[in-house]
Ligand binder design. Structure first.
Ligand code: DX5
Ligand code: ZN
Length: 228
């Protein structure tokens, strides 16, 4: 499937439903449902059972979504050795690949970021709630997206951790001062109220699983987060 990937910038307000909250038995239909509900991106949470205490899916799921729908694929690698698996996610159709900065992810962060961009994908860097903003500082001029986790990664349906908004604010300040253009994404426990808090702190990409796929009216939920 050829893909016309729209150019995005950090002024866009982007809503990215997380497939983790969808019906895995109907992935193609669920992705279409998200697109029809107004989603801009699909957020795909890859978990390996090592970096996080859960296992979700691998490249084959990314490929299934890529081949059945034409939407921007925001792939969140919560895995160890993302550099080793990177070619498989690129081949599967990822448009943006986010890796974790924490040492437990076991890779050379700058070389992984470089490899993602050399593969013509956008590069994201994720910070767990306990990881200070300073851990991202050496890499911010080389990434397209900073993912500030608003829950401890591994499961959907958790509560929003407002205390990490200081990292969103620090990300905005650094981007402005250094004339950079990376998106700031929040991920975990995002619903109408928490989206408003994250928006006020400066986030522009909103990952939402349970509050969108779990909503009686997905379009209203997506619209509500966009207008929060
Ligand atoms: C958690 C994932 C999140 C999660 C979001 O490890 O990274 O993307 O699926 O799900 P909700 O929106 O239900 O918290
Ligand atoms: Zn995620």
């Amino acid at each position: 499937m050829t893909r016309s990937v729209k150019k995005w910038n950090h002024r866009d307000r982007i809503i990215a439903p997380s497939l983790l909250a969808a019906d895995f038995g109907r992935v193609a239909a669920e992705t279409s449902r998200a697109i029809n509900a107004g989603a801009d991106w699909m957020h795909l949470d890859v978990m390996d059972g090592h970096f996080v205490d859960n296992i979700s899916f691998g490249p084959a799921m990314i490929q299934a979504v890529h081949e059945t729908n034409d939407i921007f694929l925001d792939v969140h690698l919560m895995i160890a050795r993302p550099d080793h698996y990177l070619p498989r996610f690129v081949a599967a159709g990822a448009d943006l690949i986010t890796v974790h900065v924490e040492p437990e992810a076991g890779h050379n962060v700058p070389s992984t970021i470089k490899a993602i961009r050399e593969a013509n994908c956008l590069a994201g860097l994720a910070l767990n709630p306990a990881t200070p903003f300073e851990a991202a500082l050496p890499f911010l001029e080389d990434i397209d997206l900073l993912l500030v986790m608003t829950v401890v990664p591994g499961f959907g349906g958790q509560s929003f951790m407002e205390e990490v908004m200081v990292k969103v604010e620090a990300g905005v300040k650094h981007r402005t001062e250094n004339k950079l253009n990376y998106h700031i994404e929040v991920d975990g426990g995002i619903g109408l109220e928490s989206a408003a808090v994250a928006r006020a702190a400066g986030a522009n990409v909103f990952v939402a699983g349970s509050s969108t796929f779990g909503a009686p009216d997905m379009a209203a939920a997506v619209r509500g987060i966009r207008e929060a």
